[in-house]
Design a protein. Structure first.
Length: 481
């Protein structure tokens, strides 16, 4: 950019004394993005300064993804990811909306549009995580390793802009009054940008996630059903990866837009209602009702009085994330996070960020975090085996009812099972379901493919006559429409 252009930009900024101005500066102070409302207009004046030079100038509506992409494209490759995330945050702070396609949030939405102010001095990761774990243990009874997991999960929400994957926290219980609400209240007090809700609209959800990248706290998940549950399941499955997006038609012209759905998410509900593909993205904490001495030692969580300890912890976590962002990015990029033996594939993606943060706090935190990782991964696999077999039976029954055939080959059955991604069979333990896996899953029910003669060939098939007695034994009856 020429000196004349810089003078032009400086001149415009000087005339905007009454405009709203919001700024983001990178942790190393090399890059600064300014978004400033143009007086009496819905547009904004955007400047990006890198290493002392203006690298991008634009007057546009930054709430639109296309406008942001145009700005990012003009920046050098090394800062594009940071600029893109900063523009999302600044757009929401600016509060402009020039299109009916943009979501309008009510005042009581519970959204945090401004991060907690960082602690004024550097902090030690071990001290902050230990204090966080202590507050958690005072207020809620968790299963073994639960306080470790919850402390690391809350902490990871502050590094969300540096991560490629975000583990979901899944709180389950057999009934009410088991502590799930208390855990969500702790997350709401301590996480970065918490947004707590139940029975959400998916249309509002993915718009707000793109604008704010909040910590999403979903309560009463077990009450969702129908299309709303299907839409939310899609958001959850896609939002595990930083590249996760959903495509939607918006506006009167039915413009196709993609929305980022990557953010930290905690899910609470009674029973085990999550789809298998969603479960594989979760760290599950099974909650149970407590009585007697355990209940007596707990301190009732008074959210109206908690700010005196929650506020400092949020600020310290924010400062820790700023100071260590480069270290976390480097460890994740270079694959330096050591996994416990046997933890691989999707499980490694789920735990990678938490173990990287634990390592910041020293070897003791790193060791106990890996103990928790190994124990909970083994527990998840044990639970999934039983649930998966029953779910496979249910899907096989659905195929036979849909096709009205008396027999089916493994090849045809598998093709139908993996055709719909929501069933989860296209990614069973990191692999596409095979004929061998299918036979292994159905074998405990006393089932195996049988040879039948068809002309001159004798293919192996699954017979309806051998499957239906097992359906009656292990599956609930199909309810009439």
């Amino acid at each position: 950019m020429s000196s004349g252009d810089i003078d032009y930009v400086t001149g415009i900024l000087a005339t905007m004394t009454n405009a709203d101005r919001f700024t983001r500066t990178s942790a190393d102070e090399s890059t600064m993005i300014t978004v400033e409302r143009v007086p009496k207009k819905t547009a904004a004046f955007v400047t990006v300064v890198h290493l002392g030079s203006i690298v991008a100038v634009e007057t546009c509506d930054v709430t639109r993804s296309g406008a942001r992409a145009k700005i990012v494209k003009t920046c050098c490759e090394g800062i594009r990811e940071y600029v893109g995330q900063a523009l999302l945050e600044l757009a929401s702070m600016l509060g402009t909306s020039t299109s009916s396609n943009e979501v309008t949030l009510p005042d009581d939405s519970g959204r945090m549009t401004v991060d907690s102010d960082p602690w004024p001095v550097a902090v030690e990761a071990a001290e902050v995580l230990t204090a966080l774990r202590s507050q958690i243990a005072q207020h809620v009874a968790l299963p073994l390793y639960g306080d470790i997991v919850l402390a690391l999960w809350i902490a990871h929400t502050y590094w969300i802009g540096s991560l490629h994957f975000t583990p979901y926290l899944w709180l389950t219980s057999p009934t009410k009054q088991c502590g799930k609400t208390t855990v969500l209240e702790l997350c709401e007090l301590l996480s970065r940008r918490p947004w707590r809700l139940s029975n959400p609209s998916a249309a509002a959800l993915f718009r707000i996630i793109e604008l704010e990248r909040p910590t999403l706290l979903l309560d009463e998940y077990d009450t969702l059903n129908g299309n709303r549950l299907d839409d939310l399941t899609g958001v959850l499955n896609d939002g595990f990866s930083v590249r996760g997006k959903v495509a939607r038609c918006v506006g009167d012209d039915h413009e196709v837009r993609t929305f980022s759905v990557f953010c930290a998410k905690a899910i609470a509900g009674i029973g085990t209602t999550l789809a298998d593909a969603t479960r594989s993205r979760c760290i599950r904490l099974p909650m149970a009702r407590v009585t007697g001495p355990v209940l007596a030692r707990l301190t009732s969580l008074r959210t109206d009085r908690a700010e005196r300890w929650a506020g400092p912890l949020r600020s310290q976590l924010s400062r820790l994330a700023i100071d260590s962002a480069d270290s976390i990015v480097e460890r994740l990029r270079e694959g330096d996070v050591v996994m416990p033996e046997g933890v691989e594939g999707r499980d490694a993606q789920v735990w990678e960020a938490l173990l990287a943060i634990a390592d910041l706090a020293g070897p003791e935190w790193g060791a106990v975090a890996r103990e928790a990782c190994l124990a909970l991964v083994k527990a998840r696999r044990a639970d999934d085996d039983g649930d998966t077999k029953v779910r496979l039976l249910r899907d096989v029954r659905a195929y036979l009812n849909e096709s009205s055939c008396e027999s089916v080959t493994s090849k045809d059955l598998i093709a139908w099972l993996i055709d719909d991604e929501s069933r989860g069979w296209a990614d069973y333990r990191g692999k596409v379901l095979s004929a061998e896996m299918l036979a292994r899953l159905l074998k405990p029910f006393g089932l195996k493919p049988l040879k039948v003669r068809e002309g001159s060939s004798t293919p192996r098939v699954w017979l309806r006559s051998q499957l239906e007695p097992v359906f009656d034994q292990y599956l609930e009856p199909i309810a009439p429409e």
